[in-house]
Design a binder for this molecule. Sequence first.
Ligand code: SAH
Ligand code: SF4
Ligand code: F3S
Length: 439
Amino acid sequence: MRRFYLKTMGCQMNDHDSEVITGILLSLGYQQTEEVEEADLILYNTCCVRENPERKVYGHITAFRRLKEQNPELRIGICGCMPQQKQELQKMLEKLPHVDLIFGTHNIHRLPELLERANSGEQVVEVWDESQYEEGQDFRDELPVQRTDGLKAFVNVIYGCTNFCTYCIVPYTRGREHSRTPEKIREDVLGLVGDGYKEITLLGQNVNAYGKDLSEQTSFSDLLGDLNSIEGLERIRFTTSHPRDMGPELISSLANLDKVCEHLHLPVQAGSTSLLRRMNRGYTREYYLELVEKIRKAVPGISLTTDLIVGFPGETDEDFEATLSLVREVAFDSAFTFIYSPREGTPAARLPNQIPEELKKERIYELIRVQNEISDSIMRRMIGTRQELLVEGRSKDGLIGRTRTNRQVHFAGGVELLGSLVDVEITHAGTWSLQGRIL
Ligand code: SAH
Ligand code: SF4
Ligand code: F3S
């Protein structure tokens, strides 16, 4: 019996690709292990959106050379976004010559054949530039998927990204926007609900662009409306939405469709219009603030989360202050904060006035401090409110559920409640989690 160890880095696209990779490997007779020492196949599903995780990949894979000396049968593989960049692929082959298998994000379905060749001793490198499919087609459709959770599932709706934000590598690693058909998506969701799933998260780098590349007249709002009618499905979430494409239709879907949860991840990236322009985000500070106002008016109590970058080339003190003031004005429930990381091949990496590392760090600490204060006060305001929870798991002394606004709540209750919806009152708020009691 052969065992595989799979490490997944990056975003939910990669998380879901790893579910497919796991499905394939299990169907080939492999078993999963959490111990690299036990593995006959070590596979890293990589991310290249920032430099740090990339460095980790080189560090870890170099260290695994030792394991190969102990177990000549061991195969080491790298897949995901890193190999999609030509320079990175070259660098990998130079620095990690002991790697046996490299593939990309567009040819996961080729894994069985590629692995067989790697197992027979060949060094296999196969990376496709783009997915080779017709409109609406999807190579993942025919593949087994191994989901770890029986309650919540990811469903891809659109692949790729053609926004070309100037800092971002994703359009180069994931290719052009490519929507799945509404029929395929519905079929997937019906299958999941039949298997007892209660919640789906629709995935795409920009789900708001869903349908634009299909000849059939459809949109993301249409898709949400269609899925909302599926009986037995309790909750619908989606990520990510580009603020530029957040039209009135989608806002009313958020407001009116009962299964669509009151949470929106709406990455703003920066607070100054001049930075936003240089990032090629396609909106201004004022547009974003007005958009937030419209959304909050239509969906009172909605939880808003965001992504922020500090240290973009040429970011002045005033630009950074504008980010802080936007964060204060919107009062996001939470934010992912990132230090700008130059990515080879992107326009921003070639800009003058790259910001020194020290200053980037100062700025991110300040930003995190401001955001934490806001998050704290939002958490405290939840005390005394009534919340619907989907009961997702057990904790040390009870159960864990999640609110429609995507917050975890710990509460006392019996295991028979797992998988059901319960109402609780929030009794206590910490920095990261809430406690409640069943009503
Ligand atoms: N498609 C999504 C997320 C893409 S990557 C979106 O557009 O919102 C997730 C986040 O990583 C981005 O929102 C951005 O904040 C951050 N990011 C992307 N490229 C980066 C870079 N070069 N340096 C630092 N952060 C980056
Ligand atoms: Fe990157 Fe921008 Fe596309 Fe998001 S929308 S994946 S930040 S290029
Ligand atoms: Fe990273 Fe690729 Fe996602 S670069 S953020 S894993 S699309």
